[in-house]
Write a protein that binds this ligand. Structure first.
Ligand code: NCD
Ligand code: ZN
Length: 362
């Protein structure tokens, strides 16, 4: 537990979480109501469902389902980049509203990504139309593992960075987000890229390193957490990144059985942070101050509110929220689990059992 309680009684505007997985059916009904307990009122919802969200119709149906569960949350939708996404679909998405971007998953790198991208060039006409229409391109920035070329989960992000540079130069007015940056090199690449590029940083990557997930499925996610040096670079980027990075938790709930790998199955990738999205970031900053990585003075109101909401909202062109919450450093602890009764299983939140801030909407 961090010793310093820097944010007790602080009132903040609602956070914007620019990368969430809310799933379908029973999981969706269990997870979606936890958005607000994490201090968030606006979320950008990932499309890697079964089947993937690859039509505007499907995205708007999904949005309606989520909205019915949480009428007070704003759900921004995205499409799954695949050969069904054409320039015409992009124009239709823009015209109908609700869909603000397109998410690219390289084929095979993560949960439900089998239908993902192998080669970016065939999508250039789609990117050009997105550039004209102002839709955001969200990149899962990893190349697929390839033993013959020594590509693996530890260097897959770094090897993707030339593609980021290439796309941002070829489409200088296309808004591009490098999702869930996990390395110092990714931070540098975003800083060096054009004005059209931003990076999201998750809450859990401000805490985790390789050793945390080796042997512990609950901490296994894609991209995997890297070294202590990388983790520090991420924490630094949240406060020193000059608005180039904002929160996208990549909260990715899986049933505990799937995280532990049922029978001989492999364990599913994803860390669940949704119910404490804002708190996990604030507590990482406190830890940064405690360990000397971050100066207290760096955590100015502009930075806290910027990373947690304003910088992301500005990039996506969404209005600032009028909702606010107050933080209380009391006795609350992160829940041990979230029940999904219809599945007879639970989802385990990140930092289970740890002391955490309480959030009161004001
Ligand atoms: C995500 C999921 O479970 O949907 N998993 C993860 O580890 N982040 C997929 C993704 O965003 O890569
Ligand atoms: Zn994700």
């Amino acid at each position: 537990m961090a010793e310093q309680r820097l944010f007790d009684n602080l009132t903040l505007p609602a956070s914007f979480d620019a990368h969430v997985h809310l799933r379908q059916s029973h999981l969706m009904r269990a997870v979606t109501p936890t958005i607000t307990s994490g201090g968030v009122d606006t979320v950008y919802v990932m499309p890697n469902l079964m089947p993937p969200i690859d039509t505007v119709e499907a995205a708007l149906n999904y949005k309606a389902q989520l909205q019915a569960i949480c009428p007070d949350v704003t759900f921004l939708m995205t499409l799954y980049l695949c050969d069904k996404i054409t320039p015409e679909v992009v124009r239709d998405a823009k015209a109908r509203g609700g869909v603000v971007g397109v998410k690219s998953y390289p084929a095979g790198v993560t949960t439900n990504s089998a239908a993902g991208v192998v080669d970016y060039a065939p999508f250039y006409p789609v990117f050009a139309e997105m550039e004209r229409q102002g839709l955001v391109l969200n990149l899962h920035g990893e190349v697929p593992s390839d033993r013959s070329n020594d590509v693996n989960v530890l260097n897959a992000e770094e090897k993707f960075l030339p593609t980021l540079a290439l796309l941002s130069e070829r489409f200088p007015n296309l808004k591009i987000v490098l999702e869930h940056c996990t390395t110092r090199k990714a931070v540098e690449a975003v800083m060096e890229a054009g004005e059209n590029v931003r990076g999201t940083i998750t809450a859990h990557h401000l805490w985790l390193v390789v050793d945390d997930w080796a042997g512990d499925g609950l901490h296994f996610c894609k991209p995997v957490a890297k070294t202590e040096g990388d983790k520090r670079a991420l924490v630094k980027a949240t406060v020193e990144g000059k608005g180039n990075f904002f929160l996208g938790t990549d909260s990715a709930p899986h049933l505990l059985g799937k995280k532990k790998g049922v029978g001989l199955d492999k364990c599913s990738a994803g860390v669940f942070t949704q119910p404490y999205a804002t708190q996990v970031v604030l507590e990482a900053w406190e830890e940064g101050v405690r360990t000397g990585l971050v100066e207290k003075e760096e955590l100015a109101e502009e930075v806290i509110e910027g990373f947690l909401g304003k910088w992301g909202r500005d990039f996506y062109g969404i209005e600032e929220s009028k909702k606010k919450f107050r933080l209380k450093a009391g006795q609350e602890r992160v829940a041990e689990s979230l029940a999904v009764e219809a599945e007879g299983d639970v989802i385990v939140p990140f930092r289970r059992g740890e002391q955490t801030y309480s959030i009161e909407w004001v």
